[in-house]
Design a protein around this ligand. Structure first.
Ligand code: LUZ
Ligand code: MOS
Length: 768
C-alpha cells in the first residue's frame, strides 16, 4: 500500500504545526538563552526589552505556577534558569510579542550580568572531576578478569565517537491556548504527547486532564522530539496560562541547533581477548557518555549502550561500564539508535584493532563469533531465531564478496593515489523500550454508521509511515478497503498515557492495539450478521466488504452490516490495549528478557579514497536486512536507505564543534554538513533476508526505524581499510567522524616513510 501521506507531501497540502490556523491575537515567542556555557546570573535587566512596542510580556521562572522542573527521568532540569547557568543557550526567559521579529529585537535589549565559570565539554574531564549525572552501570557475564590469561591475543585501545545534530526539517515548535474552564490546549511538534502533557501539567501546577495535547504530524524528529519538545511546549503553555492568550513558538534553525541536545558523543576504552581460533573470549569496555548539563533521556540511552555493547557477537566473558558525565553542553538526548551505535562502534573498533594486529580482515573475526540460538546475551536474554549469520552469509553470497574483495585488491594494485576500502558491518538491534512498562499502547477505533472507520492511537506520524501501517492492520482485520479508514491526529484526550513514538516500536505497539480493537469489532459484527441471517456465528465470515455464509458470498455489504448493527444498538467503538508479552528486566541483577525480538542485518560498504586530498566517495553499499515479513516494502526499504545515509553522515561528515565557552560553532548548514545527493553512495542495494518473520512483530513485519542506522558504521571501517592500503604504517585510531581532514592526517601519519615521501609518490602517480 502506498503511504497515505505521499500525495499530501508532494503537493504541499499535508498539515504540520505551522499550517494550523492560529487564533486572532496569537502572540509569538522567542527564547532568551544563556550567552555563556557556565556561570551565575548576577543581574538581569528586562526593562528596555519590556518597553519595546509590541512586546506583551517576558515570562521567567518567577511566573511559574507549579514547579520549575522538566526533567523526564531525573528531576534535574529547570524550565527556566534561576541563577545557575549550565549550558550556552539554556533558556532563561520567554519573550512574548506581537510577532517574532519584535520578540527578537527585544531579546537584544535584555541586559544580563553573569559571573562566568570554567566550561567543561569533555566527558573524561568531567569524570575526573567526579561530575556524573547519575550512578554508573555495569553489565557483565562470566569473569573477564580470569579470562585474559587464557587468551592467545589481548589488545587494548580507545575509541572516540562524535555526536550528531538531528536536523529534522521542521524545527521545534508549539502552539498553546486557553480553553474552557482554565484548561490549556497544546499543539506540539512532539514524539511524546504525554510527556508534553505531563511536563506542562507539572510546571503549570494543573492536573493532567486540564492539558490537552494534539499532534497532526511532524516534519521529522529522529529522537530529537522524544523529550526535548516538552520544554518548548511548556514555555508557551505557561505563557498562554498566565496571559490568558494564545502563544506560539517556532524555533529558527540557529536557535534550534544551539539550544537542543544531540546524539551523545562517547569516549571509550576497550580491551579485547581472543583465542587462537579467533573466538572473542573476553571483552571489557568503559564508556564515557557525554550527557550534557542535565539527565534528559541519558539513563535510558546508557542502558541501550550496555545492551548493544557486544553487537552481534556471543562473548562468554564481558564487563561493560557506562559513566554518564555531566558537561556544559545542552542535555544530549535520544537519536535514532539511542546509545546503541556508540556501543557498537566501540566493539567494531576493538575487532578492527585486533584484525590489524593479526594482519587479517576484520570479517575473519566477525564471522566466527556470531551469537547463536540458545546462547545468552550478556543481559541474560537467550537468543532465539537469530539471523545474524544468515544475513552475513546471504550478503557474501548474493553480492559475491570474493569478487568485491578481489576487485578492490586489483584496483589498489593498479592505483597509488586512490585506494579502495571494503568493510562488512553486521547489525543486531533489540526491539522494545528497554524500560518494560513503556511497552504498551492503546487504539481507539470507531466504526461510523456509514461504514467508514476512524482510528486514534498514541503513534506519531513523523514521516516514517506509521499511519499507513496502522491502516493496513485495520483493513486486514476488518477486511475492508483502506480508503474507508482514516487515522486521526494523536491526541491525549482520545488516547491517554501514551509512550513516545520511539524505540522503533510505533507500528508494533500501536498496530497490535489496533489489531486487538478491530478483532473485537469484527467479531461483534459477525455475531450481529449471523443473528440477522438466522445462522450460527461460525457459519458467517466478512471478507472484502461482503458477508459470506458457509463460504458462499452473499449480497450483504459491509455498510449494511454496520448499519444493522448500529440499529440493534451494538457498540461500534472499541479501545484496544496492547502490552508486549514475555518481556521483563531486573535492574538489580541487570538480567532479564528485555526485547520482544531482535533485528539483524549485514552491510557491505565500498569506498574510494582520494589519497592526495583525503576526500572519499562511496561506490556501493549492499545490504541484506532482516525485515521479517515486510508488511510494506516501499516504506521499509525507504527506512533502511534513510537510516543508512544518516548513519554514514554521523560516521563521516557530520562534526559538531564547540567554542571554548560552550557555544556551538557548527550551528548552521554551512558549518555542519549532512549528506546530500552528492555524498550518498553511488548505489545502494537492499535485499530482504528470506525468513518467516517474527511472531511478536506486527503482521510478522519487524520494526525497521533504528536498526539500519548501524549500517552506517561500515562507512568508517571501509575508509579505514582504504587508508591502510595506502599507508601501511598507519596507527590504529578510532576517532569518528572520519572527516576529510582526519582522513588526510591519517593518510600521512607515517613513521617509517615520512609524510613528504608518501605525498610525493601519490602526486607523481596521480591518475595512473
Ligand atoms: N526511547 C526510550 C528509546 O525511552 N527507550 C528506549 O529503549 C528507546 N530505544 C530506542 C529509541 N528510543
Ligand atoms: Mo527514538 S531515538 O526517539 O526512537
Amino acid at each position: 500500500m502506498k503511504n497515505v501521506d505521499s500525495i499530501g507531501h508532494v503537493t504541499g497540502k499535508s498539515v504540520y504545526l505551522d499550517d494550523i490556523p492560529v487564533q486572532k491575537g496569537t502572540y509569538q515567542a522567542v527564547v532568551f538563552g544563556a550567552p555563556v556555557g557556565h556561570g551565575k546570573i548576577k543581574n538581569i535587566d528586562y526593562s528596555a526589552a519590556e518597553k519595546l512596542p509590541g512586546v506583551a510580556r517576558i515570562i521567567t521562572s518567577k511566573d511559574i505556577t507549579g514547579e520549575n522542573q522538566i526533567g523526564g527521568i531525573i528531576q534535574d532540569e529547570p524550565l527556566f534558569a534561576e541563577e545557575e547557568l549550565h549550558f550556552y543557550g539554556q533558556p532563561i526567559a520567554l519573550i512574548v510579542a506581537k510577532d517574532t521579529f519584535t520578540a527578537r529585537k527585544a531579546k537584544a535589549l535584555i541586559k544580563l550580568d553573569v559571573e562566568e565559570s570554567e566550561v567543561v565539554t569533555d566527558p573524561r574531564e568531567a569524570y575526573k572531576r567526579g561530575d556524573l549525572l547519575f550512578p554508573s552501570r555495569t553489565f557483565q557475564m562470566g569473569a573477564v578478569d580470569e579470562a585474559w590469561d587464557g587468551c592467545e591475543y589481548v589488545f587494548e585501545g580507545r575509541a572516540d565517537i562524535g555526536g550528531q545534530e538531528h536536523l529534522y526539517i521542521e524545527t521545534q515548535g508549539s502552539y498553546a491556548y486557553p480553553t474552557d474552564n482554565g484548561s490549556i490546549k497544546i499543539h506540539s511538534s512532539t514524539q511524546g504527547p504525554t510527556a508534553v502533557q505531563k511536563t506542562a501539567a507539572k510546571v503549570l501546577g494543573l492536573p493532567m486532564h486540564r492539558i490537552e495535547v494534539d499532534v497532526a504530524r511532524l516534519g521529522g524528529a529522529f529522537g530529537g522530539k522524544e523529550d526535548q519538545a516538552s520544554g518548548f511546549a511548556t514555555m508557551v503553555a505557561l505563557a498562554a496560562y498566565v496571559m490568558k492568550k494564545p502563544v506560539k513558538i517556532t524555533l529558527d534553525r540557529p536557535d534550534d541547533m544551539q539550544m537542543t541536545g544531540k546524539r551523545h558523543p562517547y569516549s571509550a576504552d576497550y580491551k579485547i581477548g581472543l583465542s587462537k581460533d579467533l573466538k572473542i573470549v573476553a571483552y571489557q569496555t568503559t564508556l564515557y557518555q557525554n550527557g550534557g548539563a542535565a539527565s534528559d533521556l541519558s539513563p535510558a540511552i546508557m542502558e541501550r549502550t550496555l545492551f548493544h555493547s557486544t553487537n552481534s557477537y556471543f562473548i562468554p566473558n564481558t564487563h561493560v561500564t557506562v559513566h554518564s558525565c555531566k558537561t556544559n553542553l545542552p542535555p544530549n538526548t535520544a537519536f535514532r539508535g539511542f546509545g546503541a551505535p556508540q556501543g557498537v562502534f566501540t566493539i567494531e573498533s576493538a575487532i578492527a584493532h585486533a584484525a590489524d594486529e593479526l594482519n587479517i580482515p576484520a570479517y575473519e573475526i566477525q564471522k566466527v563469533n556470531f551469537i547463536q540460538d540458545g546462547q545468552a546475551f550478556q543481559y541474560g536474554q537467550i537468543a532465539e531465531n537469530v539471523n545474524n549469520k544468515a544475513t552475513f552469509e546471504q550478503a557474501l553470497n548474493q553480492y559475491d564478496f570474493t569478487r568485491i574483495e578481489k576487485e578492490a585488491a586489483d584496483y589498489n594494485q593498479k592505483h597509488i593515489d586512490k585506494k579502495r576500502g571494503v568493510s562488512i558491518m553486521p547489525v543486531c538491534f533489540g526491539i522494545s523500550f528497554t524500560k518494560t512498562p513503556m511497552n504498551q499502547a492503546r487504539s481507539l477505533v470507531h466504526i461510523y454508521q456509514d461504514g467508514s472507520v476512524g482510528i486514534s492511537t498514541g503513534a506519531i506520524e513523523m514521516g516514517q509511515g506509521v499511519n499507513t501501517k496502522i491502516i493496513q492492520v485495520a483493513a486486514g482485520v476488518l477486511s475492508i478497503d483502506s480508503d474507508k479508514i482514516k487515522v486521526e491526529s494523536t491526541n491525549t484526550t482520545r488516547v491517554a498515557n501514551t509512550s513516545p513514538t520511539a524505540a522503533s516500536t510505533g507500528a508494533d505497539l500501536n498496530g497490535h492495539a489496533t489489531r486487538l480493537a478491530c478483532e473485537v469489532l469484527i467479531n461483534r459484527l459477525k455475531h450481529s450478521a449471523a443473528e440477522s441471517l438466522g445462522s450460527e456465528v461460525d457459519e458467517v465470515d466478512i471478507k472484502n466488504e461482503y458477508v459470506y455464509l458457509n463460504g458462499e458470498k452473499t449480497a450483504v455489504h459491509w455498510n449494511e452490516v454496520v448499519e444493522a448493527a448500529f440499529l440493534k444498538r451494538v457498540c461500534l467503538t472499541e479501545n484496544g490495549h496492547y502490552a508486549t508479552p514475555k518481556i521483563n528486566f531486573d535492574k538489580t541483577k541487570e538480567k532479564g528478557h528485555p526485547f520482544a525480538y531482535h533485528v539483524y542485518g549485514t552491510a557491505i560498504t565500498q569506498v574510494t579514497v582520494d589519497c592526495i586530498r583525503g576526500t572519499y566517495e562511496f561506490d556501493k553499499v549492499q545490504i541484506v536486512h532482516d525485515f521479517g515479513k515486510s508488511m510494506n516494502p516501499t516504506i521499509d526499504f525507504g527506512q533502511v536507505e534513510g537510516a543508512l545515509v544518516q548513519g554514514m553522515g554521523w560516521m563521516t561528515m557530520e562534526e559538531l564543534a564547540f567554542h571554548p565557552n560552550g557555544k556551538l560553532a557548527s550551528d548552521s548548514l554551512s558549518t555542519y554538513k549532512i549528506p546530500d545527493i552528492y555524498a550518498v553512495p553511488k548505489s545502494v542495494d537492499i535485499e530482504a533476508l528470506e525468513t518467516e518473520g517474527a511472531e511478536l512483530a506486527i503482521l510478522k513485519s519487524k520494526a525497521v526505524g533504528e536498526p539500519p542506522f548501524l549500517y552506517g558504521i561500515g562507512a568508517f571501517f571501509a575508509i579505514r581499510n582504504a587508508i591502510k592500503a595506502f599507508n601501511t604504517d598507519y596507527e590504529p585510531a578510532f576517532n569518528a567522524p572520519y572527516t576529510h581532514e582526519k582522513v588526510l592526517m591519517d593518510l600521512y601519519s607515517n613513521k617509517s616513510q615520512g609524510t613528504k615521501k608518501l605525498y610525493k609518490k601519490a602526486v607523481e602517480n596521480a591518475g595512473k
